[in-house]
Design a protein around this ligand. Structure first.
Ligand SMILES: NCc1[nH]cc(CCC(=O)O)c1CC(=O)O
Length: 308
């Protein structure tokens, strides 16, 4: 067994909390192991321009990828949402497992409390996610999405400064930084279909590092893995990424099958393509739903929103 596991992670409070969760999980399955956490600033953290211009380039993962490959760290912890859809992990590394999924839903934070429906017309909703912008336009057309950058803590500080009237943030992220008390409303996964890989953490290590691989595999959750495979197969077929106007959630059933709800939506919320299928094979499910969306014209909707 590995005597020491060095974890590479982004340095934001949310990412550090994720790494601490992995440290605790590792110590639970292997009490003798020593775990070090090596925080790093990624190009995505440094970039202050529009997030859409970084979309799909692995801006939040590539520095950790490089540190794993060079042997500086042994284990990468990533939000699946931040892993590009078309080029999962670089050669020489592997996703060793997905941790048990957290809440997949999006939350609304309004300083005075209340719900989106009650906000006055033109209220400024801080979000830079095309998926959230589009579904906001679909269900709450009276509200105005306004781009926002920075990690979740930074965003909440901007909200409290009065620069926005509300924020949309992942419930899972707020849980990780201990700020669920800020949640005013939780949006159901039917209304605001979650991002592919929402609430899911992936563990990455070198392909030939059998000691770390064995440890990471002990932390892997099989249902989460099946959901992630289905959702990411859909994303791959659509050739999209977490900054495309794509939503996808694989809902589990007691019989081992999954229902995948896929949605591709134009930023103004006016073109909504939905596809749903149920299957026991997650890869086949993701491909089927992705292809159904392509048959409805998803390519055009996604490419219209792709940054040059
Ligand atoms: N887009 C950035 C990002 N990547 C993962 C999370 C939160 C945790 C998760 O859903 O896994 C967030 C913040 C957010 O969307 O509010």
């Amino acid at each position: 067994m590995a005597a020491i596991v060095r974890i590479g992670t982004r340095s934001s409070p949310m990412a550090m909390a994720q790494a601490e969760r992995v440290r605790a999980d590792l110590l639970r399955v292997s009490p003798d192991v020593t775990v070090e956490i090596n925080p790093m600033t990624t190009s995505g953290d440094r970039w202050t321009g529009p997030l859409s211009q970084l979309g799909g380039k692995g801006a939040f993962t590539k520095e950790v990828d490089a540190a794993i490959l060079s042997g500086e760290v042994d284990l990468g912890v990533h939000c699946v949402k931040d892993i590009p859809g078309d080029r999962p992990v670089p050669e020489g590394t592997v996703i060793a497992g997905y941790l048990t999924r957290d809440d997949v839903r999006d939350a609304v934070v309004i300083p005075g409390g209340g719900e989106l429906a009650d906000l006055p017309p033109g209220s400024r909703i801080g979000t830079s996610s095309p998926r959230r912008v589009a579904q906001l336009a679909l269900h709450w057309p009276h509200l105005r999405p306004v781009p926002i950058r920075g990690n979740a803590n930074t965003r909440l500080a901007k909200l409290d400064d009065g620069r926005f009237d509300a924020l949309l943030l992942a419930v899972a992220g707020l849980e990780r930084i201990g700020l669920t008390s800020r949640i005013s409303q939780i949006l159901s996964e039917d209304t605001m279909i979650p991002a592919v890989g929402s609430g899911t953490l992936a563990l990455q290590c070198r392909t030939d590092d059998t000691a770390t691989l064995e440890l990471a595999e002990k932390l892997a959750d099989s249902l989460t893995t099946r959901q992630t495979v289905a959702e990411r197969a859909m994303l791959r077929v659509l050739d999209g990424h977490c900054h495309s106007p794509i939503a996808g959630y694989a809902e589990p059933h007691g019989d081992g099958s999954l229902t995948l709800h896929g949605r591709v939506i134009s930023p103004d919320g006016k073109t909504v393509l939905d596809a749903t299928d149920r299957h026991t094979d997650p890869e086949a499910l993701g491909v089927a739903v992705g292809e159904a969306l392509l048959r409805q014209g998803a390519r055009e909707v996604i490419d219209a929103d792709r940054p040059a």
